[in-house]
Structures are given as C-alpha cells and as structure tokens.
Design a protein around this ligand. Structure first.
Ligand code: FAD
Length: 288
C-alpha cells in the first residue's frame, strides 16, 4: 500500500511550531485559520508562548482552548513561574490538566525590570507540575549557554537536573550554526542526558529584530547572515528566499546528523516556517 507507506515515511519526521497569543480578536481569528493550514503538515504539537507578565497569563490559556476546539491539534502551553506564587502555579496547572492539556513547556521566564520577581527556577515549576498531574514536561535548553548562567557547566547541570526532576524533553534556544547544536547534543549525552533535545529553528523574518534577540540571548549570528540579509527589505521575495536558504542549510546539516525532531519559532509569520517545514517533510520521503 504505497499511500500508507508514503504517510509513514513522511511522519517519521516530527515537527512542531511555536506561536504567541495575538493582542486582538481579529488577529486571533486570523491565527486560528493560519494554524488550520499547518495541520496538513501533521505537526506533533503547537506550542503557545506565555508572557512573563502575570496579567497576560490567561491569553495563553484562552488561545490553547480555542486551538483545541477548532483545530484538534496537540497543544503545549508555555508556563513561566518567575512572577507567580506557588499557589497560583498550582491553579494554572490544575486548570490545564482538567481541560485535557497534558503537556507543558515549563520555564522560569525572563526577569521583568523593577518588578518583585521571586527566586523560582524552572525546576521548581517542574516539581509543581509533577505533583499536580502526570504532565509531559518540556524544558528550555541553551546550546550557547543561558546569559545568566554562572558558567557553561553549571547551565548544563541545570538542564540535567530539570530532567532528573521529571522533565521529558528539551527544546533549544535558536542558533544559526548547526555545529553549535551538535556539539551541545554531544555534551548532553556525555553527562548522561538521553532525552530528546529538540533543536529550536528560527526562520529569520526581520534582521533588525534578530539583532535585538541575539543581544538578549547571547546567540551568535554569523557575519555571513548579515552579509546576506542586511540590505534586503524584510518580507520582500528576495529576503524570504534567502532567509529560507539559510534555515534550510542549517536543517540539512542537522538532518544528515540524524536529527528528526524540529521545533519552529514562527513569530506568527507563517509562510516561511510553513514552506521550510514542508520541504523538510518531503526530504524524508524523497531520500527513502
Ligand atoms: P532555568 O532553567 O530556571 O534557568 C535560568 C537561569 O538560572 C540559568 O542561567 C540557569 O543556569 C540558572 N539557574 C538555575 N538554577 C539555579 C540556581 N539554583 N541558582 C542559581 N542559578 C540557577 N520566556 C517567556 O517569558 N515566555 C515564553 O513563552 C518563553 N518560551 C521559551 C521557549 C523556549 C524553547 C526557550 C528556549 C526559551 C523560552 N523563554 C520564554 C525564555 C526563558 O523564559 C528565559 O530564557 C529565562 O531567562 C530562563 O528560563 P529557563 O526555564 O531556561 O530557566
């Protein structure tokens, strides 16, 4: 049965997509319809970011509920703990569990200037989740080291401890050098981490925005990328073709090195992530 065989082969690559909750109803409706188009790619899950600001936590929950109702895709809310009390986090976890959301990306969240952030870490949130329900927990990992980490070894041990506390898989910060991820994957297995470390792939939609992101995250952007994109208008055809070439080149190396799970940061700009993920799924089929 060729069709069935074809389906199985395409499915052996697992892709997932990250979106953020839009601010108004009109954009939410548009996003839901766009997400519908992603279902043709059979994503493993769609994750929805969560602002570290307490006031907006409910935006993630509302969007997750809508996606579940309308698109029936497996959804993964991000939950941050830095601006919440333990009791509040327990309530959030219970609400998700009760509504059939059984996977969560557990994060500390970024510190907000001039706010009374607590001293919680992602590991504390994992403990809360695991005592509330048997959640499938994703966590963040940093191939180029988290900017606040005391040193790279400390950061790697923090990741290992998140797994020891019950996390199931990690999704990495974005990176633009495939070797960076591969070296990190090696370091993880050297210290006894055997869980999935899913590479976070960021198709570039705006080079100025990327410069801001990288200064906040310590992510290195190779000069070559600036040379290729700096003088092009974001969202122009030329920009998108070159940006897609850059991301596909990274994915090619990862794929050759055996990576089969990919998480796309879409920044709610769907066309690039969609077409890159489409090529990725087809690649698997055409190479068999
Ligand atoms: P942790 O794992 O708790 O680590 C935070 C820092 O503290 C690290 O430097 C670690 O080495 C250090 N550390 C850990 N334990 C200790 C300790 N006991 N003593 C001293 N230092 C310690 N942010 C959002 O606000 N919303 C989102 O939706 C969101 N989504 C993300 C998705 C992905 C895939 C990734 C990679 C990041 C995302 N972030 C998001 C960003 C993330 O919240 C920040 O990077 C945050 O600063 C750290 O979160 P963490 O869960 O990695 O923290």
């Amino acid at each position: 049965n060729l069709e069935k065989q074809k389906g199985n082969l395409i499915n052996s690559i697992s892709i997932s997509f990250e979106f953020f909750p839009p601010k108004n109803e009109e954009s939410i409706t548009r996003l839901l319809s766009d997400i519908n188009e992603f279902t043709t790619l059979n994503p493993s899950f769609i994750s929805i970011t969560c602002s570290p600001h307490k006031k907006t936590t409910n935006h993630t929950y509302k969007l997750i509920k809508k996606i579940k109702e309308q698109n029936r895709i497996h959804t993964v809310p991000h939950v941050t703990c830095i601006n919440h009390k333990k009791k509040e986090l327990k309530t959030i976890a219970k609400k998700y569990w009760k509504n059939g959301v059984k996977s969560i990306l557990a994060l500390r969240g970024d510190k907000i200037k001039n706010s009374n952030s607590n001293t919680m870490y992602a590991i504390d949130l994992i403990n809360i989740l695991k005592t509330t329900g048997n959640f499938n927990v994703y966590v963040a990992a940093y191939p180029e080291v988290h900017p606040e980490a005391k040193n790279p070894t400390f950061d790697l041990l923090n990741l290992k401890n998140k797994f020891l506390a019950g996390a199931n898989s990690a999704i990495t910060q974005f990176f633009f050098n495939a070797e960076t991820y591969l070296r990190f994957r090696d370091k993880c297995s050297k210290i006894g981490i055997y869980n999935d470390i899913i590479p976070g792939i960021l198709p570039i939609v705006d080079i100025q925005q990327l410069k801001r992101f990288s200064s906040m995250t310590n992510v290195n952007i190779p000069i070559k990328i600036f040379k290729l994109l700096d003088n092009l208008t974001p969202n122009s055809i030329q920009f998108n073709i070159i940006s897609s070439y850059i991301t596909n080149s990274i994915i090619d190396v990862l794929y050759r090195e055996g990576v089969r799970k990919f998480h796309f940061y879409t920044l709610n700009k769907l066309y690039l992530a969609h077409s890159i993920a489409y090529i990725l799924k087809m690649k698997n089929f055409s190479e068999k």
